[in-house]
Design a protein around this ligand. Structure first.
Ligand SMILES: O=C(O)[C@H](O)COP(=O)(O)O
Length: 413
């Protein structure tokens, strides 16, 4: 059982008494009459072969309040898409699988590309963006939740608690971020969140001075959580980065577009474990190395748009300040681990911090050299104004794919 502390910036909705999921679901069923709900699942084909997704699907099959489930499938060929359609067919909700690499959605992408409006990088940001576009095109859901497909400790409470704050018509929230303690197998995980994001924010506050944006970012208990929910209207004006800056980018957009009393965070799980990526010390285009660089760039970009002026000297100071603060954090995490009987490998933690410090400098150098190079995907409202028929084209492409590859449909010889 946790505390009931409020940070005074975004509301925190705690898990104070382990309310039975059936009770939450009964309430959500009532809300769904006025606010139909959708779930978006960005997914890689490889996750269908991994250990987490089957259980997620089994749990979701029991969820009564979701009207619609939209699965964005990346890196799948035709045979794999067919398999995915069968795989998700046990879900009783209105289910659509977006075959992002299929010819029909490629054609939609081409239409956007001709106008310079298509996402430039492959990845989760792009996948989520297309799924959101499809949710808008369907015009069914009023509230949408999103979570990853690699959660090993999934139970259906997670989606109920995640969507509740934007589904309850008596609440005023437009956006809700999930949080949890990322502890599994006797270890504290969440390396980028603990060892990069929090110490970097604290370092930036020291070097750049007071900042509403940094205080705001700091008020999220797990800023990198892949789980969030929002009211459908929010999607129209959302400009999200296509790289690992996605989570920080979404939080920045919410602060820009809404007052903080319309934003909240919710405790969604007692335990949370997922697929861990490697640190990738020797290849900065992969793993946590790439993630830490993309996130640092996203934070610097945002501060620059708030008027912060960066220079190489300033980045050097940020790096040095970050490094000192991160080392102090390791001590704090270690003591927290010890009192809880968890293990923490201090050497590995310090190696991660050394890599992240180098990547902060790299991200800074990249920003100075390419200040206008932003990985943002345009908002759907801009896309709709440039291409008024695009929603229909996206909707039709998804419907035809899903009809053609429905299980039981015989392939033409
Ligand atoms: O949230 C994070 O910090 C990153 O996704 C890495 O998570 P992990 O250390 O749990 O793999």
């Amino acid at each position: 059982m946790g505390d009931f502390y409020q940070n005074g910036i975004v509301t925190t909705l705690h898990n104070l008494c382990r309310r039975p999921v059936e009770e939450l679901e009964a309430e959500l069923m009532t809300f769904s009459q006025s606010r139909p709900m959708a779930l978006v699942l960005p997914c890689l084909y490889s996750e269908l072969e991994g250990p987490a997704l089957k259980h997620i699907v089994t749990e979701l099959a029991k969820v009564p309040f979701l009207d619609q489930i939209v699965i964005g499938l990346d890196r799948a060929n035709e045979e794999q898409y067919r398999h995915a359609m069968a795989y998700f067919s046990e879900l009783p909700q209105h289910v659509r699988v977006l075959w992002n690499d299929g010819p029909r959605l490629r054609q939609v992408d081409l239409l956007l590309r001709e106008q310079g409006l298509a996402p430039t990088e492959m990845g989760k940001g792009r996948n989520v963006w297309y799924c959101f576009g499809y949710v808008l095109a369907c015009n069914r859901a009023r509230s949408v939740a999103l979570h990853d497909c690699d959660i090993l400790t999934y139970s259906r409470d997670l989606v109920a608690r995640l969507i509740y704050p934007v589904a309850n018509p008596n609440f005023n929230y437009m956006f809700c971020k999930g949080y949890y303690a990322r502890v599994a197998d006797g270890k504290m995980n969440g390396r980028v969140s603990r060892l990069l994001v929090t110490p970097l924010i604290r370092a930036l506050k020291k070097v750049c001075g007071p900042s509403d944006f940094l205080d705001y970012l700091d008020s999220y208990r797990y800023p990198l959580a892949g789980e969030f929910s929002l009211r459908t209207d929010v999607i129209n004006d959302l400009r999200i980065p296509s790289d690992w800056g996605l989570e920080v980018g979404v939080l920045s957009e919410m602060k820009r577009n809404y007052s903080t009393n319309r934003l909240c965070q919710v405790d969604i799980a007692d335990v949370y474990d997922h697929k861990h990526q490697e640190l990738s010390e020797h290849d900065s285009s992969r793993g946590l190395s790439k993630m830490s660089t993309d996130i640092s760039k996203a934070v610097f970009r945002k501060l620059a748009t708030n008027g912060e002026i960066f220079s190489q000297e300033k980045f050097r100071t940020i790096k040095a300040t970050y490094y000192r603060i991160a080392l102090d954090f390791i001590e704090t995490y270690q003591n927290d681990a010890v009192i809880n009987g968890l293990s923490l490998d201090r050497h590995k933690e310090e190696k991660a911090v050394e890599l992240f410090a180098r990547n902060i400098m790299k991200a800074g150098a990249y920003f100075l050299e390419n200040p206008m190079d932003t990985p943002f995907i345009p908002s759907w409202s801009r896309v709709k104004s440039a291409l008024p028929d695009i929603m229909e084209a996206l909707h039709d492409a998804v419907e035809v794919d899903n009809r053609e590859y429905r299980p039981g449909i015989v392939e033409p010889s």
